[in-house]
Design a protein around this ligand. Structure first.
Ligand code: UN1
Length: 503
């Protein structure tokens, strides 16, 4: 069966109407084969406006549904995702090119956040705070804030939506989703799965609780500029975030930005080298280097360079590159020709700086319009030029260091600040890396890779990564408005700070 037929069967099984993905003007190409697998109609800015208006009405009802009851909807979504896991994972493999276990892993991440959010729905706590005035009580509470606009990227086309939606829904907020124009099919499938959960949930889920906007950037712009969408959660390039952030701020909206990464690891003399090798292999070559958490730089201590770097090069030579739909491939295709060109250009730039390249060449997987590359590592003497930029492809820059403080400075000396890691068995080195003088990233690990974060932690990073936090910990607070309440139950009116105002 060819992939377009398979996609059609899966989508119909998931309840997606055929008219949604056939006969439209936007051709959807599978990176696996380079063939057209669907043709989707773009929506218009008018559709976006209508979606926002519906979400605004839905908000009025949804905010009054008790949070634990809202959690029940997300629990049902988790159940539906469990049932649809294989199908959804397969769509991701076909539409984005992730290998099977990574496609399924992405759906597992969605199930996990649903479990998290269901529990969270009973824990949207504020504090009670001691007041200086007698006969008074002070507390804070969190209230639903309004429709949340979610703008997501191709590389985590479903999980990023679910991190945002599961939290937003339990927090009492409708969601309007503008996915990448490269991934409408998994978006349609996710919307359909959520509709199934809503149908089981019952009447207290208002119409307009979730809206999918398929199409170009004008749809995203409608969200970004609307005062009816108080929160915009945007995942994508720093270039995109640079436009979104100020526009949302200009209307005093809140944005949660999850942008680029240029994630590094440091391999110390005491490192468990087998473990470091496996972690770097997954971090740098996994998902064909197309995660924002992908490892792009590694600093290897001089004393172990000659032992470690050849082993890494051997892994780059032996990794299986090929169709993600077969079980033995570890590295699938790049998303499109542009990604392939960017990869080649980065390698050429690094070579021009004297870099020694292993891998990187295009691999013939029998599909001339699909872009498979062997992952590349480039050994360099120092960090400069292209190394300081994020190239969304599997290119790893390998550089030596002699002093840990200097390695930490180099790792921090890029504009992005998402993820980072250190491989060491030395507690002083590990703790230094995690300390105030250590990694400046939102994620800093010890003896695991830069990618593959669990949903329980807050996910996001500093500097040009945008500063937003999604997913676990207390990231939910960004989806609610905080209110401080002071109640006077006395018969006096003492003013704060001892001010007197007698009339
Ligand atoms: C992304 O690439 O946008 O840590 C998100 C990870 C995943 C999420 C990546 N849990 O790699």
């Amino acid at each position: 069966m060819d992939v377009s037929q398979e996609i059609a069967e899966i989508l119909s099984r998931l309840g997606v109407d055929k008219s949604a993905y056939t006969g439209g003007s936007r051709k959807i190409i599978s990176p696996v084969t380079g063939e057209e697998i669907a043709a989707v109609n773009d929506m218009t800015a008018e559709d976006a406006k209508a979606g926002i208006a519906k979400a605004k009405t839905a908000f009025k009802a949804w905010r009054m549904v008790p949070a634990p009851r809202r959690g029940e909807l997300v629990r049902l979504l988790g159940e539906e995702l469990r049932v649809a896991k294989e199908d959804l994972g397969r769509i991701i493999s076909i539409e984005v090119g992730k290998i099977t276990s990574e496609g399924l892993g992405e759906i597992q991440e969605m199930i996990d956040i649903c479990d998290f959010a269901t529990g969270l729905s009973r824990q949207l706590y504020g504090l009670t705070i001691a007041t200086e005035r007698p006969g008074h009580r002070m507390m804070e509470q969190y209230h639903p804030i309004g429709p949340v606009g979610v703008i997501s990227a191709f590389n985590f086309p479903a999980a990023v939506w679910s991190w945002n939606s599961a939290l937003a829904l339990v927090c009492g907020d409708p969601v309007i989703w503008k996915p990448s124009e490269k991934t409408p099919l998994i978006s349609l499938a996710c919307a359909s799965v959520l509709d199934r959960a809503i149908a089981r949930f019952g009447d207290d889920a208002p119409e307009g609780l979730h809206t999918l906007l398929l199409g170009d950037r004008d749809l995203g712009e409608a969200l970004v500029d609307s005062t009816d969408v108080p929160v915009i959660s945007a995942t994508g390039s720093t270039r995109m975030g640079r436009e979104v952030g100020p526009r949302v701020a200009a209307r005093f909206g809140k944005s949660i930005l999850e942008l680029g990464g240029n994630n590094a690891g440091i391999v110390c003399p005491s490192a468990d080298q087998d473990m470091a090798l496996a972690a770097i292999a997954f971090g740098a070559m996994g998902t064909a280097g197309q995660r924002c958490t992908s490892q792009r730089r590694v600093f290897v201590h001089d004393s172990i360079w000659d032992e470690f770097v050849p082993r890494l090069a051997a892994a780059y030579k032996s990794v299986t590159v090929g169709s993600p739909l077969t079980t033995d491939s570890l590295v699938g295709p790049l998303i499109d020709e542009n990604a392939s060109k960017a990869m080649t250009a980065a390698i050429e730039a690094a070579e021009a700086m004297g870099g020694k390249v292993t891998g990187g060449e295009r691999v013939d997987a029998g599909h001339p319009n699909a872009y498979y590359h062997r992952p590349a590592m480039v050994e360099l003497k120092e960090q400069k030029g292209i190394v300081c930029e994020e190239t969304f492809a599997p290119v790893l820059y390998v550089m030596p260091y002699s002093d840990l403080e200097n390695a930490i400075d180099m790792q921090n000396d890029v504009s992005a600040g998402l993820s980072s890691t250190i491989y060491t068995l030395d507690v002083r080195e590990a703790e230094t890396f995690l300390s105030a003088m250590g990694s400046d990233c939102g994620i800093a690990n010890v003896n695991i890779g830069t990618s593959g974060a669990e949903i329980g932690g807050a996910f996001g990073g500093e500097k040009e990564t945008g500063g937003g936090r999604e997913s676990g910990s207390d990231a939910w607070k960004a989806y609610m408005r905080r209110q401080t309440n002071t109640v006077n139950y006395s018969r006096e009116l003492p003013l704060a700070q001892g001010v007197s105002f007698d009339i």
